[in-house]
Design a protein around this ligand. Structure first.
Ligand code: HPA
Length: 279
């Protein structure tokens, strides 16, 4: 368990590395870390320098916090995140979110790599999360379990407007103006680390999932609990396999490869969104 003082201490260490004071947080998922290379006045703080911060153990996650200017905004971007499947507790997975709050960040933009279930989705497309289904969370694996610190957020959290409507609308407008395929859909969050069986994929589709992944939902819970505005976007890195009669198998390499197509599209959308902030 962490306390308020732990988040504050970590934030002070981050602040000792840069005079820039970020107001926007960005989380860059598998294969998407390169987006922060476009930042100006960039300072990178390796996660191991920040007390309490979980280290990234997964390939495609650089493991540093990049602070810099992008599209007129000061941003703190996580190049890589910690996942529940790596053995981290929910408190550890969401520690960076609470540090971002302590840094004074009011809006959080999350990205992830996801498998596409909706038949209209192609590899390389983007999907804005309009909502999510958090199956492990509904069963008790979520960061809001346990004693609640009322100074961090409420005991009972409303989740009907988790993904900020104005931010989503603006992102959709930018994508339309620039001819970038951006869907709106439901993200189905699972713990992983295994990819789903075809029967699980058919179940997720029947339950209303458009894309499936192993991150994001816990961070969104912590961010909404802290009162942050949230927007999240999936990059469709592979098509989820829904039948057993196939030679196909999902793998992490294809997930990372698709990042090459997704990063420029995501960069364009974020640039358009951020250059109009606050929205
Ligand atoms: N399933 C779960 N997580 C993922 C996938 C997938 O197909 N692709 C990228 N992350």
């Amino acid at each position: 368990m962490y306390s308020r003082g732990d988040y504050q201490r970590a934030a002070e260490v981050v602040q000792s590395h840069s005079d820039l004071r970020p107001t926007i947080g960005l989380i860059l998922g598998s294969g998407l870390g390169k987006l922060a290379d476009a930042f100006n006045e960039r300072v990178s703080v390796p996660y191991e320098r920040i007390p309490g911060w979980p280290l990234s153990t997964v390939e495609g996650h650089q493991g540093q916090l990049v602070i810099g200017e992008f599209a007129g905004q000061i941003i703190a971007a996580q190049q890589g995140r910690a996942h529940f499947y790596e053995g981290y507790s929910m408190a550890e997975v969401t520690f960076p979110i609470r540090v971002m709050k302590a840094l004074g960040i009011g809006s959080l933009l999350l990205t992830n790599a996801a498998g596409g279930l909706n038949p209209r989705y192609q590899v390389g497309d983007l999907m804005l999360l309009e909502d999510h289904i958090n199956l492990p969370g509904m069963a008790g694996a979520n960061p809001l379990m346990g004693p609640n610190d009322e100074t961090l957020g409420p005991r009972f959290l409303g989740m009907s407007q988790a993904y900020d409507r104005r931010l989503r609308q603006r992102a959709l407008d930018v994508a339309r103006e620039r001819d970038i395929p951006l869907h709106s859909g439901v993200y189905f969050g699972l713990s992983g680390p295994f990819f789903e069986t075809p029967a699980e994929i058919r179940m997720i589709r029947a339950l209303g999932g458009d894309a499936v992944g192993m991150s994001t939902v816990n961070e969104v819970l912590a961010a909404r609990h802290a009162g942050m505005r949230v927007m999240a976007c999936s990059g469709v890195t592979n098509r989820a396999i829904d039948a057993v009669d196939t030679e196909l198998e999902t793998n992490h390499e294809e997930v990372l490869e698709a990042g090459e197509i997704i990063v420029p599209r995501l960069t364009t959308i974020l640039k358009g969104l951020l250059s109009n902030f606050p929205i």
